[in-house]
Structures are given as structure tokens and as C-alpha cells.
Design a protein around this ligand. Structure first.
Ligand SMILES: Cc1ncc(C[n+]2csc(CCOP(=O)(O)OP(=O)(O)O)c2C)c(N)n1
Ligand SMILES: [Mg+2]
Length: 446
């Protein structure tokens, strides 16, 4: 108690705050893995009689030999998995023991995402929508993480996490409305396809500029902490986006302000055409966590149960202990980056085939279900047919709907429209009237 009281005087913190910190400390030390991570520097009591370092920014000893720290001090961070590639549980104590209904729901969401991707990708190829991005190969990262969250946890995504929103119950009709930019689109047709957002599902609207969601998510987590709201934030991003300055800002603010946030990195091997071996020289993204004083783990993203377990535990501890967690989910982007990309220009068909045929999150889960007699050929055939029908019907409904009124281009930013915007609006309508043969106004909502 005397030590705590001394620390309280020295740091200027209230007695209760210091006591809380003292209680949290042992919890934070629990999960040290085999590689060495030095504890967060604590300010030491200043005693000028000792020949010890007194620098406020580090807690360490002096040395008298010149030695640079090797960049591989943290390397080979292991990849946590629960199932092998044949869907066999490796260590029974890690089996999340989900019931049949839950596992079937995982499978149906993962395959539904796949079917929706196929139909929307094709519809872009046929010129029906302007753009699309598929999620092929990354279904396990979406469903495993989404299932481990509470429905009121806030999601900040990049653009390749449609499965998270699907798991939360965003209807197929709304996915289609967004991609078709029709009157039902919550964004009123103002965003590119796949830039979903839904207040009802606590899913913040996607932005195209990479990594902008990372500091925003840190800010939201800080607000949640201040409200003592018993909620967490999850922030998804690709390993490519992790090279942005915004990633650093978000990580460091979350660590220093001790925010309940899960940083979920989908390491899918590529940032468009740039492979990971040209993106970084360290051990991936997980290795960066200790540098920020963050708990970190690397998981097999193609193992939906590994993703589920890691996210669930990170979520629990993030909220209980108010601290950020970093999950690096190793996976593979099987599709092209987007409909504007042709990945055959920078990777081999054999490479893609390996992930598609031999290490796919959907087939791994199917093996698991088949081994338990929970799913057979007939179930597969009828679900394929039924899910395709559901997607096709939603797609046909979306295509028939009107487009939003063009007025919406100018609304919802300012309460009172500024002069420059109303001038632009008038000139837009003048232009449309003058060239009306080029603008099918009957397809737009009045
Ligand atoms: C600030 C910024 N720079 C560049 C781009 C162009 N861009 C869009 S996606 C992308 C690659 C991102 O890769 P990653 O974060 O690994 O996500 P993935 O596409 O692999 O899911 C790039 C460079 C952008 N949208 N924003
Ligand atoms: Mg990537």
C-alpha cells in the first residue's frame, strides 16, 4: 500500500486510479508468448545516487558494448489454428464446441457471401454495375470474427469485409441496393459499389482512402471507454493499409489511451499487385504490436474457429481491461483485387489454385461438418440452389428499382445549403434540361 501511495504522489494520479492500474498490471502480463516483449516503460523513482538510467522514455539498463538490435528479434510469430486443412480439431481443448445450428449458420453465411460475390462480379462484367470487389478466400476471417463480437460492438471496415455485415443481418436486398445505387440505398447512391454502411448494424460506412478508418476507430473506442459502455470496436484493414501513416496514429493512440479495440488485419498476401515481400521487412503485421505495447496474435484466417476463438478472447479482454489487441489473420485473396484489376499479370495460376483447391476456409469447415454427419451432398445441392435463387431474386428486384433523385448529390452535408452548392445544383439541373435526351430522367426518383 505504501508503494502505491508513493506512486500516487509521484505521478499526480488519484489514489483510486493508481490502485486500478496496480490491479490491471498482472492481467496484462498473462499472455506473454515465447518471443520476448519488454514491458511498457514505467517511470522509475529518481535516485541520483544510483548509476542507473533515469530517462523518462525507457526502462532499461546501461550496457558498455556497442550492439544494434537485430530486426528479427521478433520473428516467426506462430500461427494459431484449431483445425488442420482436413477440418480435424488438433487440440480438443481449443475446440469452441459450437452447436450444429451455429456451425451451419457459419457455413451458410460463408457460402452465401461467395454466391453474392459471383453474381455481383458477373453483373459488373455485363455492365450492370460500375465496380465490384470480391471476398473469395477470406470468408473465414469475416464470419469467424463477426460471430465473436456483440451486436452493439462498432465495426470500422476497409472494403473487403462484406461477410461481417452479412453476419450481422444486413439483407441481400440492401447489399444489392448499394451496389446498384438505387432508391433503397442507405447512402442514396452517392458512393461507389461495396462502400456499405448501416447505422442499425453498427457498421460505419466504408471510405475509399486507405486506413482512414484506423484513427477513427481508435477515437470511437476512446469515446466508448469514457462512456464505460461495455462495448468494443473492431477495426478491419489489409496488410497493405497497415503501411499508411494513419495506421501508426491509430495504433499508438489506442495503446496510450488504453482503448477497447481489436485491430483485425487481413493479411491476404497482396496490396493490389504488390506482394507482401515487397511491402515490409519485419515479421508481418503482428510483429508491430509489441512496438506499440499491444497484445498481438497471428491466426490462420482460413480456420474459422481459430479466428472465432482469437477474436472472442481479444474482445473479452479489450473490454475487461481497456486495452487494444492486434490480430493478424493470415489468408489469401483468391479473386482479383477488384473489377479494375487482372491479377494474372503478377501471380501464377498455380498459386491461386493452391488456395482455391487445397487451403480454402469454406472447404475446411465443410470437412468438419461432414465428419460430424451435419452436412451431406444433398444438403449442399439444395442449399446451393436455394442461396443462388435468393441472390438472383434480390438482384432482379434491385435492378428494377429507380435511381435516387439527383438532388441528393447536394444534400445531407450542411443543414443549410451554402451558396456555392446551390449554384452548382442550379447549373446541374439547367444542364440536364438542356441535354435531356442524354439523361434518362424517367429512371430516377422524382
Ligand atoms: C490512401 C490510398 N492510397 C492508395 C489507394 C489505392 N488502393 C486501393 S486498395 C489498395 C491496396 C490495399 O491493400 P490491402 O490493404 O492489403 O487490402 P486488400 O485489397 O488486400 O484487401 C490500394 C493501394 C487508396 N485507396 N488509398
Ligand atoms: Mg492485402
Amino acid at each position: 500500500m505504501a508503494a502505491v501511495s508513493g506512486l500516487s504522489k509521484m505521478s499526480g494520479l488519484s489514489f483510486t486510479a493508481v490502485r486500478q492500474m496496480a490491479r490491471l498490471k498482472p492481467l496484462r502480463m498473462q499472455q506473454h508468448r515465447s518471443f520476448t516483449v519488454t514491458a511498457v516503460p514505467q517511470q522509475q523513482h529518481f535516485d541520483s545516487s544510483l548509476d542507473k538510467p533515469q530517462f523518462p522514455g525507457a526502462s532499461a539498463e546501461f550496457v558498455d558494448n556497442l550492439e544494434f538490435i537485430q530486426p528479427n528479434v521478433i520473428s516467426g510469430i506462430p500461427i494459431y489454428r484449431v483445425m488442420d486443412r482436413q477440418g480435424k480439431i488438433l487440440n480438443p481443448s481449443e475446440d469452441p464446441q459450437l452447436d450444429k445450428e451455429t456451425v451451419l449458420n457459419f457455413y451458410q453465411k460463408m457460402t452465401m457471401l461467395n454466391t453474392m460475390d459471383r453474381i455481383l462480379y458477373e453483373s459488373q462484367r455485363q455492365g450492370r454495375i460500375s465496380f465490384y470487389m470480391t471476398n473469395y478466400g477470406e470468408e473465414g476471417t469475416h464470419i469467424g470474427s463477426a460471430a465473436a463480437l456483440h451486436s452493439n460492438d462498432m465495426v470500422f471496415g476497409q472494403y473487403r469485409e462484406a461477410g461481417v455485415l452479412m453476419y450481422r443481418g444486413f439483407p441481400l436486398d440492401m447489399f444489392m441496393a448499394q451496389c446498384y445505387a438505387n432508391v433503397d440505398d442507405l447512402g442514396k447512391g452517392r458512393q461507389m459499389p461495396v462502400h456499405y454502411g448501416s447505422k442499425d448494424h453498427n457498421f460505419v460506412t466504408i471510405s475509399s482512402p486507405l486506413a482512414t478508418q484506423i484513427p477513427q476507430a481508435a477515437g470511437a473506442a476512446y469515446a466508448i471507454k469514457r462512456e464505460n459502455a461495455n462495448r468494443a470496436v473492431i477495426c478491419y484493414f489489409g496488410e497493405g493499409a497497415a503501411s499508411e501513416g494513419d495506421a501508426h496514429a491509430g495504433f499508438n493512440f489506442s495503446a496510450t489511451l488504453e482503448c477497447p479495440i481489436i485491430f483485425f488485419c487481413r493479411n491476404n498476401g497482396y496490396a493490389i499487385s504488390t506482394p507482401t515481400n515487397e511491402q515490409y521487412r519485419g515479421d508481418g503485421i503482428a510483429a508491430r504490436g509489441p512496438g506499440y505495447g499491444m497484445q498481438s496474435i497471428r491466426v490462420d484466417g482460413n480456420d474459422v474457429f481459430a479466428v472465432y476463438n482469437a477474436t472472442k478472447e481479444a474482445r473479452r479482454r479489450a473490454v475487461a481491461e481497456n486495452q487494444p489487441f492486434l490480430i493478424e489473420a493470415m489468408t489469401y485473396r483468391i479473386g482479383h483485387h477488384s473489377t479494375s484489376d487482372d491479377s494474372s499479370a503478377y501471380r501464377s495460376v498455380d498459386e491461386v489454385n493452391y488456395w482455391d483447391k487445397q487451403d480454402h476456409p469454406i472447404s475446411r469447415l465443410r470437412h468438419y461438418m461432414t465428419a460430424r454427419d451435419w452436412w451431406g451432398e444433398d444438403d449442399e445441392r439444395s442449399w446451393r440452389k436455394q442461396s443462388r435463387k435468393m441472390v438472383m431474386e434480390a438482384f432482379e428486384r434491385a435492378e428494377k428499382r429507380l435511381k435516387p433523385n439527383p438532388e441528393f448529390m447536394f444534400t445531407d452535408v450542411y443543414e443549410e445549403m451554402p451558396k456555392n452548392l446551390s449554384k452548382q445544383r442550379e447549373s446541374m439541373w439547367r444542364h440536364v434540361q438542356q441535354y435531356k435526351e442524354h439523361y434518362p430522367l424517367d429512371l430516377f426518383d422524382k
